[in-house]
Design a protein around this ligand. Structure first.
Ligand code: C2E
Ligand code: CA
Ligand code: CA
Length: 788
């Protein structure tokens, strides 16, 4: 039988009836197809059963009273029982997996089901007369139609049913026709075949349509499977997930990511009450949002921006979820909530970091300048007493330069720790930027200077200790400027600038010290501000001019040159000494322009002197500041000015102090070398007071040493003689001439000459003179020379 079905299906498919079977389909697809066919057919089975139960007696009753009554009853009962058995067996196995076996079994049963009809036909058709034959044939046609619709879902079974009956019934009618010669039999036979063919055609068309629908469905579900996979994949990586509850709040769907964040509720199964679950799991900090959520749920209204913080039961880390939801209504009836969860953890952390960085220093976690300003502006004169200790590290730049920024950063962290240790709970510490810290001591009662001093001093001492940073031992010191509230100012924000003024003084006074702000400092600062303003004006207007102080050979008194010294007589400030304005000009950068002006004028004047004293023209010495060397092309400037003024280079001397060397020794040495090459001589000023590293002396192209006037002043005390004689010998050994500054008495001249010094400069010979006075001075000497 099985072989017969296989053969039939092969024949069918080769005839183009492939839609009837499952050829060419993947096993799982074939199973799905068969399962659908069987299930669809079984659902129709009730109609079939009803049809069979009614049609069977209707058929057999036609043969009642023809001598085969026993057979009539037997067939009818057997047929109905058989139909019910099929119904029972199939509804029982309704959950069929759709295997080929199941389908085969079903087709076999259908075959016998159909055969039972044909047996009925064979039993009763021959024994009845014309009219009844037509009735039987009509019932058979009805059963055929019933079968075709009943088996429409499973075309293989349908065709089997159709084939058995069409062939069987037509044969019965044909045989009767042959035996009786009645045309009714032939007609019925032909009708039966025609009905069979047309129903076969209908079944085939139905099968084709069903197969097309099945294929479409397959494709769709394949697509939706892909979509589902993608969705799942997305949900796993996404930071937003859908959630849904029923009207009681029970979860209908929830992302595992959120469920994993929560500790399950005791006694709740797979679908806990979402809102209770969240309420039980979120932290106290989320109380406000939790209430917002509860209220929205109770009132069944939309909610959003509910941010819940949850402590993970796995790692104890805080996580944040952002939740929004909307109540769902169907025809006015509340169905539950639906919404979105978003993982806001990264966003919250970033937000907090931004908040943190807005108020705190990223490196040390101390308060930052912004917070300081805020705190200072909130200070109240009533009952608050504070001291603002502005702490600045001395030599931090060197640490950065020699050990690198990484070590510099670590040092700043250590300093922050030390400062925090140095203060009590009411006080606070901030980092204002770079190596500048603010320690704010706060009290309810006035503080004594001694108390503040003590804290500041101990900070200085702490910081002066060698600090271990990674494998290095780093040594810095600190300078501290202190101002008090409300003693120095009643305005909090002013504390910073007052402490800054005090700090400036501390740094100027030599670092590694504490300085309290006082009003004098403020005055000095104000003065400084005015001086800067006036100085700018003076430089712009060219009000600052060189005065000249003569230089002489000690042994003979012969004039050899002049030093140009800047003089400034201001309309409002009066006389301002170069020891005041030169440092300010250096700090403000004005020295660049001023230096150029002075150089040009000095060179102009020197060309004039050279004309006055052509046989022994005096050299002009011009002071150059380290800032000029650092910021400008000194060689370029000098050669330009020499060219413009026509002064021979050998009549110009550039005076530099040892201070120029701190910037960059190599660069300075190169510049001096260039100057020397164009014929300008170079003097080292204030020798003996500066950085006293003698090693560079031989590396620099110097022509002259200038002994600082402080040594000359002390010549009366014999103690300074060895210093002067050493400098002189050193200079001579290096092939340099030596000039002493601050020569005020004839005694100085004699002593210096005795110690071997070559030349001298000072009030004994002349004070610094104006340009005109200098010209007269030169004229006098020229005349004397000509006369003598
Ligand atoms: P300096 O270069 O050492 O100048 C010598 C200073 O000693 C001058 O002071 C001069 O007036 C003073 N002086 C001269 N003879 C005697 C004396 O016999 N006894 C005493 N006690 N002092 C004497 P000044 O003019 O006040 O200049 C001060 C400093 O200002 C100069 O020291 C120099 O460093 C700086 N300076 C002056 N003019 C210029 C300038 O044009 N450019 C730059 N860069 N610095 C200048
Ligand atoms: Ca000088
Ligand atoms: Ca000097």
């Amino acid at each position: 039988m099985t072989k017969a079905i296989q053969f039939t299906s092969r024949v069918f498919s080769s005839l183009g009836f492939g839609v009837l079977g499952t050829r060419g389909l993947a096993p799982d697809v074939a199973n799905r197809l068969r399962r659908g066919q069987l299930r669809g057919t079984i659902e129709q089975m009730r109609v079939m059963l009803l049809g069979n139960t009614l049609f069977a007696p209707a058929l057999s009753m036609n043969a009642w009273g023809q001598g085969r009554d026993g057979l009539v009853v037997l067939w009818t009962v057997c047929f109905i029982l058989f139909s019910w058995w099929i119904f029972y067996s199939w509804t029982k196995t309704y959950q069929t997996a759709g295997t080929a076996e199941d389908m085969r079994g079903f087709v076999i049963q259908t075959f016998f089901n159909s055969l039972s009809w044909t047996i009925g036909m064979a039993l009763f058709y021959p024994i009845v007369e014309g009219g009844q034959k037509a009735i039987i044939s009509a019932i058979m046609a009805g059963s055929l139609a019933l079968g075709t619709t009943g088996f429409s879902h499973a075309p293989l079974a349908g065709i089997t049913y159709l084939a058995v009956q069409t062939i069987g019934n037509a044969l019965v009618a044909l045989i009767c026709g042959l035996m009786t010669g009645s045309s009714t039999d032939y007609i019925l036979c032909i009708l039966m075949v025609a009905a069979g063919i047309s129903l076969f055609n209908a079944t085939l068309e139905g099968a084709k349509a069903a197969r097309a629908a099945f294929n479409d469905h397959e494709r769709l579900s394949e697509k939706s499977e892909v979509v589902e996979l993608l969705l799942k994949d997305y949900e796993e990586q996404a930071t937003e997930w859908l959630w849904q509850t029923d009207k009681k709040g029970q979860l209908l769907s929830a992302p595992v990511q959120v469920l994993e964040m929560c500790q399950p509720l005791p006694g709740e199964g797979e679908t806990p009450d979402l809102f209770q679950l969240l309420a039980a799991n979120c932290t106290e900090a989320a109380l406000g949002d939790r209430q917002k959520l509860q209220q929205a749920v109770q009132e069944r209204v939309e909610f959003h921006d509910v941010r819940l913080s949850i402590k993970s039961p796995v790692d104890g880390e805080l996580r944040w979820i952002l939740m929004k939801g909307r109540p769902q209504f169907e025809q006015g009836e509340f169905k539950g909530f639906r919404g979105i969860f978003a993982d806001a953890t990264a966003a919250v952390i970033a937000e907090r970091k931004v908040q943190f960085l807005a108020s705190f220093d990223g490196l040390t976690s101390l308060l930052n300048r912004h917070s300081v300003k805020k705190k200072l502006s909130e200070m109240q004169v009533e009952g608050q007493f504070s001291a603002a200790l502005l702490v600045d590290l001395d030599g931090f730049k060197q640490v950065n330069d020699s050990y690198g920024h990484h070590i510099g950063d670590l040092l700043l962290k250590k300093v922050a720790e030390l400062l925090l240790q140095a203060v009590d709970g009411k006080s606070w510490v901030a980092r204002l930027g770079g190596d500048e810290f603010l320690v704010m001591m706060n009290r309810d009662q006035p503080m004594s200077s001694a108390e503040i001093s003590w804290v500041a001093q101990s900070i200085c001492e702490q910081l002066a200790q060698p600090i271990k940073v990674e494998e290095f031992i780093v040594q810095v010191t600190a300078s501290i400027g202190i101002s008090r509230f409300p003693e120095d100012t009643e305005k909090g924000p002013e504390l910073l600038s007052l402490s800054d003024i005090a700090l400036y003084e501390a740094k100027n006074a030599g670092r590694d010290r504490i300085t309290f702000f006082d009003v004098e400092m403020q005055n000095r600062l104000n003065e400084r501000v005015t001086v800067i303003e006036r100085l700018k004006r003076a430089v712009r207007n060219g009000d600052i001019e060189p005065y000249y102080q003569s230089q002489h050979v000690l042994s003979t008194g012969r004039l050899i040159g002049f030093e140009a010294l800047a003089r400034w007589n201001d309309e409002t400030l009066g006389y301002v000494g170069p020891d005041v304005f030169i440092p300010i000009a250096e700090q403000t950068g004005l020295i660049v322009e001023l230096g150029e002006q002075l150089l040009r004028r000095a060179c102009e004047d020197a060309t004039h002197w050279a004309k006055q004293m052509p046989e022994a023209p005096p050299v002009v010495s011009v002071n150059f500041s380290p800032i000029q060397f650092a910021r400008t092309d000194v060689t370029g400037l000098v050669s330009r000015v020499l060219h413009e003024t026509g002064l021979p280079p050998e009549l110009l001397e550039v005076e530099v102090t040892e201070g120029v060397l701190i910037a960059s020794k190599e660069k300075i040495a190169a510049t001096l070398q260039e100057l020397s090459e164009i014929g300008v001589s170079i003097a080292l000023d204030d020798f003996g007071t500066g950085y006293s590293s003698l090693s560079y002396l031989k590396d620099l192209p110097l022509n002259r040493l200038k002994i600082d006037q402080s040594f000359v002043r002390d010549l009366a005390q014999a103690a300074s003689n060895p210093i002067v004689s050493t400098i002189v010998q050193l200079g001579h050994n290096l092939g340099l001439s030596v000039i002493a500054e601050g020569v005020e008495t004839q005694g100085d001249v004699e002593l210096l000459a005795e110690l071997g010094c070559d030349d001298g400069q000072g009030y004994l010979y002349s004070s610094p003179m104006t340009r005109d006075a200098t010209r007269s001075y030169v004229t006098d000497i020229a005349v004397q020379g000509a006369g003598g």
